[in-house]
Design a protein around this ligand. Structure first.
Ligand code: DOR
Ligand code: ZN
Length: 439
């Protein structure tokens, strides 16, 4: 079986490649990149004129909700949403029920995601950093590592005790396992539901101060410098966090960080008051934070983009703002938001855009992904993006079970059109050949 992607702009940050050409996939593996020797032998040919051909996108921060909360999302619906969003590799967070602190649960995730309905999308599990995500003692991280976790985290339940965090990081350093942290001091932010500032004051909602995040960013960076444990800071949202991470990197700490599309595209003033589709943790911050975050993305202090895809059921979000759970879905809007707010505004070049959505996240958790080099991924993982197409996001037409998005009705420029993972192909309804076929 030979598939040829013809005449696209090939963007592969892993080899600093930005050229117009063809890519072939033979028997589920990438065969040729740039020029294809006998294109006429292809079983399937896709005309990619005007489109980008990129390594499959990689998302380090996804909540798949299984086991325990499959009414919010399942591994199958989550991987389908990933494919529709251009992602071929996603890392799933451990705040499930039970939490992912047991090797048997890692086996379950890997088995389930290898089933045909998951469409060939790779799921790389993140194990619970502490037993039961209670923040008291480390999980059996060596066993979890053997079972296949790619990082450890207590995302959503940030470890409050610095001594516990230090022990976890010492252990992970020995295991050479990256630690990923949601940074929040609950003695400052607990009970809050949005950014603390003038907007929360007007709405009369309890705020979450920026310092609650920054104190833990600083603490974890210093513990990483001390232990040399690789630390990945999840969803950076304040200008102070950016400055601390910049300093930690300068000092030589093995620290990386991500930003979510909502934090560079929205601020607290954009919220529709009391609409729980704008409630997430960390919360939307201010214009000053957004400006500094955009600068940090441009200069590279922020390593990558991750969605924090956090689906919830409608009845759960349909509560008062302070009672509703934190989180919004993100897999199916990430490319649209990123191209609209970063690439088309000149913050990132096309090649840098793909680096932050694919090659760099793969490096951070050492995943066999993020490249078009033949043989470097278990199967061919390729995404085709139309950077120019304008489309309007309709949350009712998504694959995710979660409909909790602040972008319903928003128009974006740029959309993933085809997602290849091995023999599996996801093809968007707007793909021009589909439209031609339907006409
Ligand atoms: O917005 C969020 N949603 N932040 C978190 O920390 C948890 C996550 C979730 O699991 O829903
Ligand atoms: Zn999260």
């Amino acid at each position: 079986m030979k598939i040829v992607l013809k005449n696209g702009r090939i963007l592969d940050p892993s080899q600093d490649l930005d050229m117009v050409g063809d890519v072939s996939i033979v028997n589920d593996q990438i065969a040729e990149v740039g020029r294809v020797s006998s294109p006429e032998d292809a079983d399937e040919t896709y005309d990619c004129t005007g489109m980008w051909i990129t390594p499959g996108l990689v998302d380090l921060h996804v909540h798949l909700r299984e086991p325990g909360f499959s009414h919010k999302e399942s591994i199958i619906t989550g991987t389908q949403a990933a494919a529709a969003g251009g992602f071929t590799t996603i890392c799933c967070m451990p705040n499930t029920s039970p939490p992912l602190d047991d090797p048997a649960l890692i086996d379950f995730i890997l088995d389930r995601s290898a089933s045909p309905e998951a469409g060939g999308i790779f799921v790389a599990p993140i194990g619970a950093l502490t037993k039961g995500m209670k923040g008291e003692r480390p999980s059996d991280l060596a066993s979890l590592r053997r079972a296949g976790i790619v990082a450890a985290s207590d995302d959503a339940f940030p470890i409050q005790d610095a001594q516990v965090m230090l022990r976890c990081m010492e252990l992970c350093r020995q295991l050479d396992l990256p630690v990923a942290t949601h940074c929040e001091d609950l003695s400052l932010a607990g009970g809050g539901s949005m950014n603390e500032g003038s907007v929360s004051a007007v709405l009369g909602l309890k705020g979450m101060p920026r310092t609650a995040e920054e104190i833990q960013v600083a603490r974890n960076c210093m513990l990483s410098l001390e232990t040399l444990c690789p630390l990945h800071i999840l969803h950076v949202s304040t200008w102070g966090s950016v400055e601390i991470i910049k300093q930690a990197k300068y000092l030589g700490a093995p620290v990386t960080c991500e930003v979510c599309p909502h934090h560079f595209s929205l601020i607290d003033e954009d919220m529709i008051p009391f609409d729980t589709n704008y409630k997430m943790n960390p919360p939307l911050r201010t214009k000053v934070d957004q400006d500094l975050i955009l600068q940090a993305i441009e200069e590279g202090t922020i390593d990558c983009i991750a969605t924090d895809h956090a689906p919830h059921a409608a009845h759960e979000k349909d509560r008062t703002f302070d009672e509703a759970p934190f989180g919004i879905v993100g897999l199916e809007t990430a490319v649209g938001v990123t191209l609209t707010h970063l690439t088309h505004k000149g913050v990132l070049s096309p090649l840098e855009t793909i680096r932050r959505l694919s090659t760099r996240p793969a490096e951070i958790f050492r995943l066999d992904a993020g490249t078009l080099k033949p043989g470097r991924t278990p199967v061919a993982q390729v995404t085709v993006i139309d950077p120019a197409i304008e489309w309007t996001f309709d949350v009712n037409k998504t694959f995710s079970k979660g409909k909790n998005s602040p972008y319903h009705g928003a128009t974006f420029r740029g959309k993933p059109m085809l997602t290849f993972s091995g023999g599996e192909v996801y093809c968007d309804a707007l793909w021009p050949q589909r439209i031609a076929m339907m006409a």
